[in-house]
Design a protein around this ligand. Sequence first.
Ligand SMILES: Cc1cc2nc3c(=O)[nH]c(=O)nc-3n(C[C@H](O)[C@H](O)[C@H](O)COP(=O)(O)O)c2cc1C
Length: 329
Amino acid sequence: MDLTTSYLGLKLKNPIIVSSSPLTASAEKAQALEAAGVAAVVVNSIFEEQIRDETSQMDEALAADGSSEAYDYLRANIAMRLGPEKYIDDIRAIKETTSIPVIASINCISADNWVSFARKIEAAGADALELNLYDIPQDPNETSNAVEERHLKLVSAIRAEIDLPIAVKLSPYYTNLLNFAHRLDKIGINGIVMFNRFLQPDIDIESETLRHAANLSREQDLRLPLRWVAILRNHLRCDIAINSGIHNAEGVIKGMLAGANVAYLCSALYHNRDHAALINGIINNISGWMQRKNYPNLAAFHSKMCELSTDSCKGFERAHYVKILTSQK
Ligand SMILES: Cc1cc2nc3c(=O)[nH]c(=O)nc-3n(C[C@H](O)[C@H](O)[C@H](O)COP(=O)(O)O)c2cc1C
């Protein structure tokens, strides 16, 4: 079976990409993932605070929090990656020691610090850049429109600055995701990643302190991105990466039927540390399914179940909600 595909204009041997996380934070880790069979990696994000040279404050705040998972999430290997130069070195090292496409990732909420840094990432040899719009607005006076405008301004500024393909990684928390994604698409980005999973702090009721744990997904979490990929597919020109809840071949196939070009994995690789066995199993099971269905390549079933292709039409939108609720006893 032919599992080759393309994403952001990059040729991929299969649709499996490891998403930005500590799993991709060094050349050694990227090499191991390449050997395990993944088609590309998105490097651990560099955070805006690192660019603003606020690493020491952030480091202290996280250390005081005492939670290794929170630490991991926000700044993998913090001691190793103080500052932007280290990030550029990492990108260069990953590029030099692997032959799969390497996508750099920056977590940004404002345009001020990122534009020139994006140029450095391009010069370091990254194949593409992912903008991780991880943002929890804090100002009660900032309207949703202002938040979106801020994000669009940032993406436009970086688009104008570099020639690299750009993907934008979104959260699902937009009032009208379709409108926002559409406006992003018009800027000329090359891909949208749906969705990031935010760190969700918990409360320890004995110590009455915050407890942070990595917010690993489960298989059923796939339904949220699945719906949105299916709804957005035919409204966008750019590629779509499905992310959140991809744990097996079935998840990848569902994502592609809905209209995703590739599938990003993260939690599955934390749950199963035998990465080669996991990736091999996924690839073999996709091939087996394609063989049974007589699909010679991914294009043969891509987008088959996206919103405007389903017989029921609007199956991913509201109509089925009513049907399901009224059929529940
Ligand atoms: C420990 C950990 C660290 C992460 N770090 C980043 C990061 O630096 N940048 C980013 O865009 N996403 C980060 N993520 C989010 C993942 O890339 C991914 O979008 C999310 O976990 C959903 O995919 P999954 O269901 O396969 O886990 C992190 C996730 C985890 C669990």
